[in-house]
Ligand binder design. Structure first.
Ligand code: MRU
Length: 366
């Protein structure tokens, strides 16, 4: 994706081995590239959501193992990687991509004879994981764009898409998941308008999705989360597409808090509700959505809101001092409410059978 005409990924390795990333905590007001040299710095950037979004988190976790290996002596390498894996998996519990990335990279290491070989295999595994994630998102864009083109034929032109949180390029390494089809369809000349729900309490929609759509020149309108029911009731949405942090074997999907309410309203008003995600977001060991761990973040995120004032990014208090607040970061949309899963292998039903078909595609690939 391009920012001010320059192509960027959201996270990358620098020639000196440090990891650079777009610090999302400054967006949309400032474009800041930050860097980490130590595992603990990267883990903190994940916890504080300077890097966020399931696919970007998976990539960050993979790079985190690499930073841990850089710090370790040859003798302690195995133990350091083991501890790094535990630390990374604990940073944010809902996005399965973190554990998936850590396990994928570590599974490439057994059999290495020397520490040099192990370090080289680690680096190669990280590169391969990141490149494959980019390719998965690119393919999601192609399949999702075909869907949008079909909808455009039905509507006679404009396709109005509702999305929640940021499941765009910023939440991935490149392209996006829910927004990847938007970028591809726009390139194919499909007329689009995106309804961006603000996504309290962290406002990833208002801050990040709005910013990235603006960078790519896609028309959009930001609405308060509470406006989406009215939008759907008035027939102003043709399709809803969201991302995922974890999809179970039967298709139940964890995504940003507020997603479930949108799925409910879509069902009420007969609007198709799609989840766009790569197979790295599927937890093949989990069947029921109720078993997905839901991250609870600090109540401070509910008590406050951050924004730009006189050129400065400030956080201001919303609630009375002493108010109680609860801040679950994700909710679960039951599979029955999902029209389909847009994946790198095509669009599958959100059912056990659909996921089995998807698994057959995924496991048949090298
Ligand atoms: O808490 P966040 O901002 O990391 O949550 C992000 C989401 O819920 C996204 O929809 C999801 O991770 C998909 S990102 C490609």
């Amino acid at each position: 994706m391009r920012v001010g005409g320059v192509a960027y990924r959201t996270i990358w390795r620098q020639p000196d081995g440090s990891i650079a990333f777009i610090d999302q905590s400054f967006l949309p007001h400032r474009f800041v590239v930050a860097e980490c040299r130590r595992l603990e710095e990267l883990a903190e950037a994940i916890r504080k959501m300077h890097i966020r979004g399931a696919i970007a988190l998976g990539a960050a976790a993979a790079y985190g193992l690499e930073l841990a290996a850089r710090e370790a002596s040859d003798a302690e390498l195995g133990e350091v990687l083991h501890r790094a894996a535990l630390l990374l998996k604990r940073t944010r519990p809902t996005a399965v991509n973190i554990a998936w990335a850590v396990d994928t990279v570590l599974s490439a290491l057994p059999g290495a004879v020397t520490p040099e070989e192990l370090r080289s295999r680690l680096r190669h595994a990280v590169d391969e994981l990141v490149e494959r994630e980019v390719e998965r998102c690119r393919r999601i864009g192609e399949y999702g764009a075909s869907l949008l083109e079909q909808i455009a034929q039905r509507t006679g032109g404009l396709v109005r898409i509702l999305t929640h949180c940021n499941a765009g390029w910023l939440g991935c390494v490149d392209y996006g998941t829910a927004l990847a089809p938007v970028y591809v369809a726009a390139n194919h000349g499909v007329a689009l308008h995106i309804w961006v729900s603000e996504t309290r309490p962290r406002n990833q929609g208002a801050a990040l999705t709005a910013w990235e759509l603006q960078q790519q020149g896609i028309p959009y309108t930001v609405v308060a989360d509470s406006t989406c029911g009215l939008l759907l009731q008035r027939g102003l949405v043709d399709v809803t597409i969201v991302g995922a942090d974890r999809i179970t074997r039967r298709g139940d999907t964890a995504n940003k808090i507020g997603t479930y309410l949108k799925a409910l309203a879509c069902r009420q008003h007969g609007v198709p509700f799609y989840v766009a995600a790569p197979t790295s977001s599927v937890d093949w060991n989990c069947t029921e959505g109720s078993a997905i761990p839901i991250e609870e973040r600090s109540p401070e995120e509910v008590h406050t809101v951050s924004g730009l004032s006189a050129g400065q990014i400030l956080s201001v208090r919303l609630t009375p001092e002493g108010a109680a607040a609860w801040n679950p970061a994700f909710d679960i949309t039951p599979a029955e409410m999902i029209t389909g899963l847009i994946t790198e292998y095509g669009i599958f039903p959100a059912t056990q059978q659909g996921l089995e078909q998807l698994a057959a595609c995924a496991h048949g690939e090298p």
